[in-house]
Every structure is written in structure tokens, then in C-alpha cells.
Write a protein that binds this ligand. Structure first.
Ligand code: FMN
Length: 309
């Protein structure tokens, strides 16, 4: 059975969500945090709060950093290490043009020289363990060939590969042929990431790639938070069991966010994101009713109606 890793999803899988998911749903080996980055020369305080050990008590968390130079890499590694972490994930896959244009995320994949300097950095931090999360390239899927060759020169915990290019964003289909290429060429263990929506998707990967270290799931787990535990227990839940779990998670999140957010509008905006990827679980009508609820009262009514599904 493959371990399941929760993918970082900026704006969704924050410290509050990770704590609640871990407590109520579980089944996840590690939660990767959304990337921590440098803004006007320093680490963002919002990111520090998100990875602070006090806010991640008892949750297996690996912080992720994004960088475009050895200088940014060293600065962020030292800041994250100072918080007590021994594992750090390196973002080499973010497709957002704002990051990629500045050679961060998937943008770094067309700059093997920068990747080489980062590898030197990894080797110098002997007490830390690094993993990388990457795509096939920025604008073409052959960029990963040189990058994998370079990464073969260093011991990583694993490489998580999302087999699309950065320019593709989330469009088109995943390139399984190129995924297989990397799976076969890499000396480092490989984790698969991308478009996993069901237990069958995981089982298929398990059969096709027997040396896979695990699977990382993002939107699929947000849309069905019980997927990891269902897979671990080899027991497919009914739609009403899945929705009941979502409602438990929802109620805990309401509790937690009401302590840090102010006013109905902030609360409504935050809570609606919780349902973003649930259309296939809830069905179109209940989903639309939640997403289109214009105020907190209508929102809570729409959520309450899910109990009848
Ligand atoms: C809104 C959004 C935010 C994301 N933020 C991050 C991030 O901070 N770091 C990262 O490595 N990947 C990020 N990703 C990519 C996901 O981790 C994952 O690779 C991608 O969604 C594909 O996996 P999935 O199909 O299982 O969701 C983000 C994706 C989305 C849609």
C-alpha cells in the first residue's frame, strides 16, 4: 500500500485546515505546506505563522520553500531550520507566471545552472533532508531530462513529479509517458502527483509503477477528505459517509476560523473555498447553492441541507 501525501494548495491547506484534517480524517503520511517565500528581501510573516511549530502541533508537516537563487535558498533554509525542522521540500513546480517569470517554481527548470548551485547548497546542509516537487519543465517537457540528471548527483528523500509543464498550468492531460521516463531515469525515489480523483486512480498507479514511493494528492483530497483513510483501510465509503465527514471538518473549521477571522464576509469567503473542489461529491445543485450564497445565513442554510443528501 502506498503512503499518501497531502499536496500543498496555497489558500486552502493552511495550518488550520491541516490540523483539522489530521484530527478528523487522517490517513495522510505528511502534509506539505504551501510555499514559503521571500518578499522584499525577507520571509513573509504570514508564512512563518503557517509553519510555526505551535500551529502545527502533532501534525506531520514538511515545510516547502520557493527560491530563484542560492541566496534565497540559503536564507529560507536557515529560517526554516531555525524553527526546528529537519525536512524541507523544494518547490520547482509552481506554474504561476508571477513566480515562474522570476525563475521560481517551474521557472527554475529552464535554468539548470541555478539548479546546480542549489544542489551544492543541499550537499552543504548535511543535517537536513531535502525533497523536491517539480513539473516536466517550464515551456517544454524535455527540460526535466537535464534536471533529473543533475538531481541524480544528490540524495533526496524523493522527487514528487506533476507530469505537466508550467505553461500548461492545469490544462490538458498529464503526460504519463514522460512520467515513466523520469521514474526510470531517477536515482531518487519518485512520488506521483496530478489529477488523482479516486481510490482506483491510486490502485492503477500502484500497479503500473511498483517502485513508486507514494502518491501526493491535492484537489482530490480537498474534494473528498476521506480519500486517504478510505485507501488505507481499503474500504470505499458511501456518498453520505463522505459528506458526513466533510460536515464534521466544516464545523471544526468554522470554530477555528471564527477565532481568527473578523466579520461575516471574511468568514463566508474563507468557508466557501472549503467547498471549491466538491462539485462531483455534492452534485451540481447543492454545490452551486453553497458557492452562490451571498451571505453567511444563506450559506449555513445551504450547508445544512447537505445532511439530507
Ligand atoms: C490553488 C492552488 C495552489 C497551489 N499551491 C501550491 C504550493 O504552494 N506549492 C506547491 O508545490 N504546489 C501548489 N499547487 C500544486 C498542487 O500541490 C498540486 O501539485 C496540483 O494541484 C496537482 O495535484 P492535484 O491534481 O492532486 O491537485 C497549488 C495548486 C493549486 C490549484
Amino acid at each position: 500500500m502506498l503512503p499518501i501525501y497531502f499536496a500543498p494548495i496555497q489558500g486552502f491547506t493552511d495550518d488550520v485546515y491541516r490540523r483539522v484534517h489530521h484530527k478528523i480524517a487522517g490517513g495522510v503520511k505528511y502534509y506539505y505546506t504551501p510555499f514559503v517565500r521571500v518578499e522584499v528581501g525577507i520571509i513573509r510573516s504570514k508564512d512563518v505563522r503557517d509553519i510555526a511549530p505551535d500551529n502545527n502541533n502533532g501534525v506531520p508537516v514538511v515545510p516547502q520553500i520557493i527560491f530563484n537563487s542560492r541566496k534565497e535558498f540559503e536564507y529560507l533554509v536557515n529560517r526554516v531550520e531555525a524553527l526546528g525542522y529537519k525536512q524541507i521540500d523544494l518547490n520547482m513546480g509552481c506554474p504561476f507566471p508571477l513566480q515562474a517569470r522570476h525563475k521560481r517554481g517551474s521557472g527554475i527548470l529552464s535554468h539548470p545552472d541555478i539548479v546546480e548551485s542549489i544542489i551544492e547548497g543541499i550537499k552543504e546542509h548535511e543535517t537536513l533532508q531535502f525533497s523536491a516537487k517539480m513539473r516536466l519543465g517550464w515551456d517544454n517537457n524535455s527540460e526535466c531530462e537535464r534536471i533529473i540528471e543533475l538531481l541524480n548527483g544528490v540524495d533526496l528523500q524523493h522527487i514528487t513529479l506533476h507530469p505537466r509543464t508550467g505553461q500548461q498550468q492545469y490544462k490538458g492531460s498529464v503526460d504519463m509517458e514522460k512520467f515513466r521516463y523520469v521514474y526510470e531515469m531517477s536515482n531518487n525515489p519518485i512520488i506521483y502527483n496530478g489529477d488523482i480523483q479516486s481510490l482506483n486512480d491510486i490502485r492503477k498507479l500502484e500497479q503500473e509503477f511498483p517502485r513508486l514511493k507514494g502518491v501526493m494528492i491535492g484537489r482530490g483530497l480537498l474534494g473528498c477528505p476521506s480519500m486517504a483513510i478510505e485507501y488505507q483501510q481499503q474500504n470505499e465509503w458511501t456518498t453520505s459517509q463522505r459528506i458526513a465527514l466533510m460536515l464534521d471538518i466544516h464545523n471544526s473549521l468554522m470554530d477555528e476560523y471564527s477565532r481568527i477571522l473578523h466579520g461575516d464576509t471574511q468568514m463566508l469567503n474563507k468557508m466557501r473555498t472549503f467547498w471549491e473542489y466538491t462539485e462531483s461529491l455534492l452534485g451540481r445543485k447543492p454545490y452551486k447553492k453553497i458557492m452562490k450564497s451571498g451571505n453567511l445565513k444563506n450559506y449555513l442554510n445551504a450547508v445544512n441541507e447537505l445532511k439530507l443528501l
